[in-house]
Design a protein around this ligand. Sequence first.
Ligand code: NAD
Length: 337
Amino acid sequence: MLSVGVNGYGTIGKRVADAVVAQPDMELVGVAKTRPNYEAERAVANGYPLYAAIEERAEKFDAADIDLAGLVEELVEEADVMVDATPSGIGAENKSLYEEHDTPALYQGGEDADLVDTSFNARANFADAAGADRVRVVSCNTTGLSRLVAPLEEEYGIEKVRATLVRRGGDPAQTDRGPINDILPNPRTIPSHHGPDVQTIFPDLAIDTLGLKVPATLMHTHSINVSLTGDATADEVRELLESQTRTFVIPEHLDIDGAGKLKEFALDAGRPRGDLWENCIWGESISVEGDDLYLFQAIHQESDVVPENVDAIRAVAETADADESIETTNDALDMGL
Ligand code: NAD
């Protein structure tokens, strides 16, 4: 059994913790938090050993009557692999903590690529993380783009990707984010930083990305154009994407017109928190004009990186190869809609 600790128990951390618990070959040895908030309360209710991430704040947990198992250093010492899911930039500050205890660590997409030995997407470059000490599971958008690029590159070859990312203003619980009544080119410079981030996974890929932010919280939406090198029909591309395990091609008859119905579909399917771990690609949008493929996909920013974190744990621990790990993760989470 792989012992896994999670430092930073927010949107991503709590989902990764639950996914680790669901794996047959992993044990969650604990989670670390800075504050005794509602998520701390639920961690304890779930039976997850809770550690204080900041020693000086440990007394706040006592005051809130929330039992602590210890300090984060003890968790890092006990874990075979740590998953750092702290806010952007804090992961880099935590690097020395993991190194002092000689514990390999996964970081999230908010950290810089140069913090780590390799950036990671299970479908695209699992083997690069074998035995690494520092791995960055790329952001929600980069994960969504990588899952699309990998099979297209393998099957047809790619001349260039052009992607416009219509990004949610904030997650549902992020009450301090926005815009609340605007559509922002964001970043205003073109191309956006997302393309270079995808190149941390596919160094030779030609890709330009543009970003916007809109007053929505549920999901991102990508408008994609891929110029293919080889010949393809829309039907062939559709079949290819249907054959992938983490791309869900939404059938037309479901009559799903946006992120609201997608989330409702996930809740109806009994998905925890209404999570959509897969890229959600509108079947009727898959079109080929000459060499150009076009499609729309929705990305659930809060959850698509969760199975990737689980696979990255096995990659750094070298307990499985890509196919084995992806299959185990998918089965344990009951992936597939
Ligand atoms: P979050 O704010 O929801 O959760 C972070 C948690 O870490 C919070 O509970 C916070 O209290 C805690 N924390 C703060 N400082 C800490 C410290 N020093 N030690 C331990 N815990 C600390 O953030 P999130 O959305 O889960 O994002 C985490 C990482 O995942 C970031 O790098 C982010 O860029 C990346 N990410 C986020 C999303 C998303 O849409 N939410 C998607 C993909 C990747």
